[in-house]
Ligand binder design. Structure first.
Ligand code: SF4
Ligand code: SF4
Length: 66
């Protein structure tokens, strides 16, 4: 299970990147993306995905397998 960033919604504000407990949010060519191989949806670290909580845009970070 992993989250992904909807590219058309993301403003590249960068707020999500430092709060990820698994360092799964990376910036590539100015765009932020989530590494699905390492994203845990914050299980074991927090009750909710921290990137979703901090992102100022609703529906910008969604579950990959929804
Ligand atoms: S859900 Fe958690 S582990 Fe996955 S990218 Fe967001 S902050 Fe990182
Ligand atoms: S917090 Fe949201 S808008 Fe900001 S870089 Fe992360 S995904 Fe994009």
């Amino acid at each position: 299970m992993a989250m992904y960033i909807v590219k058309d919604e993301c403003t590249s504000c960068g707020d999500c990147e430092p709060i990820c407990p698994t360092q799964s949010i990376v910036k590539k060519k100015g765009l932020y993306a989530i590494n699905a191989d390492t994203c845990t949806e914050c299980e074991g670290d927090f009750d909710d995905p921290q990137c979703v909580d901090v992102c100022p845009i609703s529906n910008c970070i969604l579950p990959l397998e929804a």
